[in-house]
Design a binder for this molecule. Structure first.
Ligand SMILES: NC(=O)c1ccc[n+]([C@@H]2O[C@H](COP(=O)([O-])OP(=O)(O)OC[C@H]3O[C@@H](n4cnc5c(N)ncnc54)[C@H](O)[C@@H]3O)[C@@H](O)[C@H]2O)c1
Length: 254
């Protein structure tokens, strides 16, 4: 009996998930592993808890420590993944930094840090992974964005600017690499259960007064995002590229 493209899943594939020590990234690793992928995790923080979680699904998991805004660290991480797994089929670039600040209080240092963590890391990791994907004639690049770029949420000028940059990045790069069987997409997500909104000074205004109601009246869970990421990673999603797919219960009807 012939297996379908969905049943094929990600068996034999290798997925590199950045920023997966905690939060959504951990759910992405679990979901991709369930589909059969080997998992490489790149994070500046200790990712041993994520490794342990994924190990319940597959032995083919490893973590690589480093700051993804530093070129030498990115090169070292990619060399490590290749030495251990021999290929990289899927890149989920999930590294991010969330910080609320009214624009007039925003310092140049905060602005630069946001762009560095969100966009410099995206440049460096994609630059390192792309030649590998081109050689394989297969690749899936999935970048985590935010629904705040559609909503124009206040107090997030630096964050929304960085996340908007991701959308230009995926649209333009998709056009360059489609002929190599590589797709490049963004997933723009809403506030998910990983983030404690009370951590942020503006949260009461943001959450109660400003954010519109979702169509689906329940909190976004990491597995909701992970399902979309896993689908985009699959061979079956080969015709979807250059898109920003919004996953937030329909708050932003983009
Ligand atoms: N959780 C949400 O509500 C939400 C909403 C909208 C968008 N997002 C986006 O989804 C992604 C994941 O969100 P999350 O809440 O799970 O993130 P998180 O803040 O919980 O985790 C981010 C991870 O990135 C790592 N990281 C940060 N800087 C790094 C660097 N320079 N080098 C290597 N690793 C680094 C951190 O150690 C951490 O493990 C982010 O891009 C975020 O902006 C999240």
């Amino acid at each position: 009996m012939q297996i379908t493209q969905f049943e094929e899943g990600l068996h034999g594939r290798v997925a590199l998930v950045t920023g997966a020590a905690i939060g959504n990234g951990r759910a992405f690793c679990e979901r991709l592993a369930e589909e059969g992928a080997a998992i490489a995790i790149a994070d500046i923080a200790d990712a041993s808890e994520t490794v342990a979680t994924v190990r319940a699904i597959t032995d083919r998991v490893s973590a690589y420590h480093g700051d993804l805004t530093v070129p030498a660290a990115v090169e070292r991480i990619i060399a490590g993944v290749l030495a251990d797994f021999g290929r990289i089929d899927v890149l989920v670039h999930n590294v991010g930094l969330y910080e609320e600040e009214p624009f007039e209080l925003l310092t140049f240092e905060q602005w630069q840090r946001m762009l560095r963590v969100s966009l410099d890391s995206l440049f460096l990791i994609t630059h390192a992974v792309l030649p590998i994907m081109k050689q394989q004639h297969f690749g899936r690049i999935i970048v985590l964005g935010s629904d705040t770029v559609w909503l124009g949420t206040p107090y997030l000028v630096h964050y929304a600017t960085a996340k908007s940059g991701i959308i230009g990045f995926v649209r333009s790069l998709a056009a360059e690499v489609g002929t190599y069987g590589i797709t490049v997409n963004a997933v723009t997500v809403g506030l998910t259960a990983t983030q404690d909104p009370t951590d942020q000074p503006m949260n009461r205004t943001l959450l109660k007064d400003i954010t519109p109601q979702p169509c689906i009246r329940r909190a976004d869970e990491p597995h909701d995002i992970a399902n979309v990421v896993a689908f985009l990673a699959m061979p079956a999603a080969s015709i979807i590229t250059g898109q920003a797919i919004n996953v937030d219960g329909g708050i932003a009807r983009h």
